[in-house]
Design a protein around this ligand. Structure first.
Ligand code: MN3
Length: 224
């Protein structure tokens, strides 16, 4: 009975905010949980200001358009036909929701055997993979992301996209399902690392959630 009441209340709240289609999931750890690699102030501003703005602006940009009834995946895969505001903010929302989950305060998480094997087969070794994705992030001029994704044949690949683009978008050359994304916008690291993006890219491995990346890998290849 209690559950029913909550569900009804939820429906009422949802109806009142019919245009607020997308929302942020709660951050899965405290702002200071990744201290040492990502400082608390950066995490708080990043989550509660930058990422919150992407979702608010996405909802504004799609208000009264057919995209209001679409999933985020539908919007991203057809983004070439939509406005820059939808492209930037739908990407921004998707990318950050992924980013929070692939970080964790849990120490020494490990990739699944299956993912570890795929990484070794594709890139030669785990170290070679880390070097490749770090380089993709370091070489990104201006703002953007470095990605590990699964392509349509189930193969892993590393890529980088500018701004808030991602491999799910039809405008992107290297398309696939991202399973790991690293934010290389200055807002992701500048307070702690200033101009030293490479140091941030090294420190991020200490808080990487391999369990989540492995789960996303399984999901991605099971859809092939
Ligand atoms: Mn960001």
């Amino acid at each position: 009975m209690k559950i029913l009441k909550v569900a009804t209340l939820g429906a009422v709240v949802a109806a009142q905010f019919a245009f607020a289609q997308f929302k942020q999931n709660p951050l899965p750890y405290a702002y200071n949980a990744l201290e040492g690699s990502v400082d608390a102030q950066t995490m708080e501003i990043h989550y509660s200001k930058h990422a919150a703005a992407y979702v608010a602006n996405l909802n504004k940009a799609i208000a009264g358009t057919p995209q209001e009834k679409q999933t985020l995946f539908q919007i991203l895969s057809g983004v070439s036909k939509l406005t820059p505001a939808v492209r930037n903010n739908a990407g921004g929302h998707y990318n950050h929701e992924l980013f929070w989950t692939v970080l964790t305060p849990v120490k020494n998480t490990k990739p699944s055997e299956k993912l570890a094997k795929a990484i070794t087969e594709t890139f030669g070794s785990m170290d070679a993979f880390k070097e490749k994705i770090s380089k993709a992030g370091a070489d990104r001029f201006g703002s953007g992301w470095a990605w590990l994704s699964v392509d349509k044949n189930g193969k892993l690949f590393v890529s980088s996209t500018p701004n808030q683009d991602n491999p799910l978008m039809d405008v992107v050359e290297e398309k696939g399902t991202p399973i790991l994304g690293i934010d290389v916008w200055e807002h992701a690291y500048y307070l702690k690392y200033q101009n030293k993006r490479a140091d941030y890219l090294t420190a991020i491995w200490n808080v990487l959630n391999w369990k989540e990346v492995s789960k996303r890998y399984d999901d991605a290849i099971s859809k092939k």
